[in-house]
Write a protein that binds this ligand. Structure first.
Ligand code: TRP
Ligand code: SF4
Length: 329
């Protein structure tokens, strides 16, 4: 069998994942296991770039997130699941990259400016500026063919490509340039109709029970023009229908759209139909997640084992790097 192409991606440990995280990234990671040699990691150093004062939450958040990974179907026998800080070679490579990367490259990365503005940071840290360069080290360390990410991360992968070129021209050929595998991100509204987000308190979590999900979907925002059961509605502007588009097969979706437009069904009927299609796949994930979450020490073992495997790869890369950038007598 030909060696499979390698992919690498990571997530910051923000705690339990919601449906938006699942559909925007995790689901894709799971499917890629069929065709690629996958490396997925918890970017716990990256979590410090804006949240160093909440560092104490990182271990728990790591376990919650990894439970979701495993629940969703990432398999440690097939994929290397690891923790960034348990592969300290990332830090060494980041340091070397920092010597050949103009500060201006980092200052013009759009996410940096956004973070500084959004969080109103008066004196952003050196680490925040270096965020995408650490990410370049995360990526290039594994010489992946592809980096599966959403569109917001594309500038970071672009930077990794530039850094690879610069390194190769300064020290000699070590790093192939990775490509972006763009993850199609469907529109996932939260229960208030805004984008699903932890900070809006409008999210459906992979760890939510069917009862909790039902209680969240029932009062969900709909087309505001449908005040009464007899008012026709417009599914095209309804967040409930956005979820139908993701979970409901065509025949039932058509039933909902027509029923909405003709006031043939009420919003509660429409939501009940959505739940019929939403609950079963989520129940599968949740049950598997539960089994892992009950034994957090097993999750830690999985991540430690994965980190050992990742470290073997990282050591090999660092041998090449040290040979190229030979600075010791
Ligand atoms: N910056 C990424 C995010 O916020 C997380 C990340 C860190 C990452 N290192 C990476 C993603 C390397 C892909 C590859 O989602
Ligand atoms: Fe939305 Fe369905 Fe109500 Fe129409 S019937 S407004 S699609 S919830």
């Amino acid at each position: 069998m030909r060696a499979r192409d390698r992919v690498l991606s990571g997530m910051r440990p923000t705690g339990k994942l919601h449906l938006g995280n699942y559909l925007g990234a995790l689901d894709n990671w799971v499917r890629m296991q069929d065709d690629y040699e996958c490396f997925y990691f918890v970017a716990n150093w990256h979590a410090l770039t804006t949240g160093a004062s909440s560092a104490a939450e990182i271990p728990g958040n790591t376990i919650e997130m990894a439970a979701d990974w495993l629940g969703a179907g990432l398999q440690p026998e097939r994929s290397t699941l690891f923790i960034q800080s348990l592969v300290p070679e990332h830090a060494e490579l980041h340091l070397l990259f920092s010597m050949i990367t103009p500060q201006s490259w980092l200052e013009r990365v759009p996410t940096y400016k956004e973070m500084v503005e959004q969080l109103g940071l008066e004196s952003p840290s050196y680490g925040l500026l270096g965020y995408p360069l650490l990410q370049s080290a995360d990526i290039l360390m594994y010489k992946p063919k592809w980096v599966p990410v959403g569109v917001d991360q594309v500038p970071h992968v672009e930077l990794a490509r530039e850094v690879a070129r610069r390194f190769n021209s300064v020290f000699g050929e070590v790093f192939p340039e990775p490509g972006v595998k763009l993850t199609e991100i469907p529109k996932v509204p939260g229960t208030d109709g805004r984008k699903m987000s932890k900070s809006y308190d409008n999210a459906i979590y992979l760890s939510d029970s069917p009862e909790v999900i039902t209680a969240k979907v029932r009062p969900m925002v709909t087309d505001p023009a449908r005040k009464r059961r007899s008012d026709p509605g417009n599914p095209d502007i309804c967040p409930v229908f956005d979820l139908h588009k993701i979970f409901t097969p065509p025949a039932d979706r058509e039933w909902a759209a027509t029923g909405c437009r003709t006031a043939g069904i009420g919003c509660l009927d429409c939501k009940a139909k959505l739940l019929e299609h939403l609950l079963p796949p989520l129940a599968t994930i949740r049950e598997r997640r539960q089994q892992f979450a009950e034994k957090p020490e097993d999750i830690v073992d999985i991540l430690r084992e994965g980190s050992k495997r990742a470290r073997e790869v990282a050591k090999t890369t660092m041998e090449d790097v040290r040979r190229a950038a030979a600075i010791e007598p």
